[in-house]
Design a protein around this ligand. Structure first.
Ligand code: SAH
Length: 225
């Protein structure tokens, strides 16, 4: 561990007590999230470094928080749930993430799978996220500034794809970029009516499961400088 990362992690413990973090983990566990590997990664990932300093004291509440540009850092429950769903059939090698945002979900994933490929449409958010991951020495992530509706075809196929914004329909490009047996976790819908879905590429076609109501910001069109 580098000196800088050491300092950062220490600062993390100073700013938000270990007890606050433990409480969050306990709460997630009580809500039915029992994948210990996922919970352990959430416990050790300093979420307060992914929000504005003014909001850092709320970073270990189980809630989404604003990150600017009308976007939010995902709720820890949702990050844990989506990570569990991705990993439920075994370890994953290549995972594509659509909607880097603050980079928090990216940071969690990067500690659970071999490699993460993360696409974001808002350049400034992506730049900040990149910096944070470097600070934390999480190096198995590659970033792309682009439109998540298109996925990242050049590096396909992926064993897992996670979308952290709600899509009006499942993007065809993402289905095309799933490896055999690959898993896509995606909120689908519009406005208040949104459902979390798990789609798996089977030998023939796709299986789909609807997993319950969720609340995400929309998956928009095109990259934004
Ligand atoms: N997981 C992120 C959540 C960010 S909110 C976090 O925990 O911080 C959703 C993100 O999806 C936003 O950053 C938004 O800019 C991005 N997004 C929306 N539409 C997109 C698109 N078409 N392509 C790529 N990213 C998109």
């Amino acid at each position: 561990m580098g000196r800088e990362q050491d300092d950062l992690l220490r600062r993390g413990i100073g700013m938000t007590s270990q007890r606050t973090r433990e409480r969050l983990i306990q709460r997630l566990y009580e809500e039915g999230l029992t994948n210990t590997q996922v919970l352990e990664v959430i416990r050790r990932t300093p979420r307060h470094l992914f929000v504005d300093e003014a909001l850092a004291h709320r970073a270990y509440e189980d809630t989404a928080l604003p990150i600017g540009h009308n976007q939010t850092i995902s709720q820890p429950y949702m990050v844990a749930r989506m990570s569990e769903l991705l990993l439920a059939a075994g370890p994953l090698d290549k995972v594509l993430e659509i909607g880097t945002g603050s980079g928090y979900q990216t940071a969690v994933l990067s500690q659970l799978v071999e490699r993460v490929f993360s696409v974001e449409r808002i350049k400034v958010l992506q730049d900040r996220a990149k910096e944070r991951l470097v600070e934390l020495n999480l190096r198995n992530v590659v970033f792309r500034w682009g439109d998540g509706w298109e996925g990242w075809p050049a590096l396909a196929p992926y064993n897992g794809i996670i979308v952290t914004a709600v899509a009006t329909d499942v993007p065809q490009a993402l289905l095309d970029q799933l490896a055999p047996g690959g898993r896509l976790v995606i909120p689908v819908g519009a406005g208040e009516v949104q459902q979390l879905m798990l789609i798996i590429r089977e030998e023939q076609g796709f299986s789909r499961q609807v997993l319950g109501a969720v609340r995400f910001v929309p998956l928009l069109n095109g990259p934004l400088a």
